[in-house]
Design a protein around this ligand. Structure first.
Ligand SMILES: C=C(O[C@H]1C=CC=C(C(=O)O)[C@@H]1O)C(=O)O
Length: 408
């Protein structure tokens, strides 16, 4: 199944924003999953549409998955991991298509979906109408907790840390924001992508999972050319505005320890698989929008250590990391489940492209929002340690929510 030549040439002649709007809108009209993203420090945007309708995956083996985009929740009990396969892949730098659709492999349903998609796309291009950008929306609208409630949860976290139940717990919340009339999802996405060139900026829309947009600073795992594995330890947050330049940023013991716990956690995962040959660089201060964090980088040469499945193994071991859950993990998780009064869903889960141009890059889903009809749900959390101040942690979640919030 290939796109009609006339459709391809019409799209290739278009400006990239317009081509993406046509492809995105058609995917939603055809009831098919769609993902759009931009990698850190790269202006190129990618868009994929899945003609199979997508599939749930219990244990993602990134080495053997086809080209696509992986999405995982914070907790698997709430919803399973989901894979959006690249039936169609559009890249803005070349303004060109790749169709990875093999009708024999995918069967009649996917073939019919692809046919319908291209028919709708052609009609849409001929109509040449600009309209609101549609997206899938789950009906779940819920109330976020207020400041008092969040602060008392933090107090309880600090109390349990002092009683040595755990060392660190990451507590989060959600808040609802009304969308302005005329809200345009893709226009907002372009603004976000332009504002955060260092982030992984993505927009996904899937019938079962709804629509999520985010600009995350945190890599979970990456595998480049089946050779280089990377992960990072990212924690500690301050407002960038407090310092004249990046080199002026200073960190208190609280943030240094908070980030060191994430480093310890990553190293403990390496130890579990007896991997000793890794490079560690950092911690250093990095910018993420109007915030700064402490970050350490870890690199492994998978060929040198003869570990071709390192990507999948570390994805399973690392998630959820101590940057979104806490330490030790089981105790922190128990506290989160018992005290956070909402479902994190895809927030603090993971998402990213798999086997696209021989690279897999999965990020932690932070600084994100879920779009419902007429409203957005903003999500953010903060790492709690023994000397956390509840009011400051609330403020930190406000600052983090503003990464998305200021575009609404
Ligand atoms: C949990 C979030 O951020 C994590 C990543 C960086 C810094 C963090 C912190 O300072 O608490 C968090 O661990 C979030 O953005 O919702």
């Amino acid at each position: 199944m290939t796109a009609p030549i006339s459709t391809i040439s019409a799209l290739e002649a278009m400006e990239v924003h317009e081509a993406i709007a046509y492809l995105w809108t058609t995917a939603i009209r055809a009831n098919l999953p769609v993902a759009c993203w931009q990698l850190p420090h790269q202006s190129e945007k990618h868009l994929i549409v899945d003609f199979t309708g997508g599939e749930t995956i219990e244990r993602p083996e990134v080495e053997v998955l086809p080209k696509g985009f992986l999405v995982g929740p914070f907790l698997n009990e709430s919803c399973p991991n989901f894979f959006i396969q690249a039936g169609l892949h559009y890249k803005t730098s070349e303004g060109s298509f790749q169709e990875n659709f093999d009708a024999e492999r995918f069967g009649t349903k996917a073939y019919a979906n692809a046919q319908r998609f291209y028919q709708l796309l052609e009609e849409h291009i001929q109509q040449n109408t600009s309209e609101e950008v549609p997206y899938f929306s789950t009906n779940k609208s819920c109330e976020g907790v207020d400041k008092e409630c969040f602060e008392s949860m933090v107090e309880e976290g600090v109390r349990q840390i002092c009683e040595k139940h755990f060392h660190k717990v990451v507590l989060s919340r959600m808040k609802t924001v009304k969308l302005k009339p005329g809200f345009n999802l893709l226009q907002t996405y372009w603004q976000i992508a332009e504002a955060y060139p260092r982030a992984f900026v993505s927009a996904i829309s899937v019938p079962e999972y709804g629509t999520w947009v985010g600009a995350t600073p945190e890599l979970l795992i990456s595998v480049e050319n089946e050779e280089i594995f990377r992960t990072v330890s990212l924690a500690g947050t301050q407002s960038r505005d407090l310092f004249p330049s990046l080199s002026d940023v200073s960190w208190k013991q609280k943030e240094i320890e908070e980030q060191a716990l994430v480093c310890r956690y990553i190293i403990s995962c390496f130890k579990k698989i007896r991997l000793r040959e890794y490079d560690e660089v950092g911690p250093r201060t990095v910018e993420a929008g109007h915030l700064v964090h402490l970050k350490s980088d870890y690199t492994v040469n998978m060929k040198d250590v003869n570990f071709p499945q390192l990507g999948s193994v570390m994805l399973e071991l690392l998630h959820p990391t101590s940057a979104v859950c806490g330490m030790p993990k089981p105790e922190a998780l128990k506290f989160i489940v018992a005290h956070e009064k909402y479902e994190r869903s895809l927030y603090s889960g993971f998402l990213g492209p798999v086997n696209i141009e021989n690279n897999t890059r999965i990020f932690v889903n932070l600084r994100c929002m879920q779009l419902l009809e007429g409203e957005a749900l903003l999500y953010a959390g903060a790492g709690i340690t023994f000397d956390s101040d509840p009011a400051k942690e609330w403020k930190e979640t406000e600052l983090k929510m503003n990464i998305m919030g200021k575009f609404l």
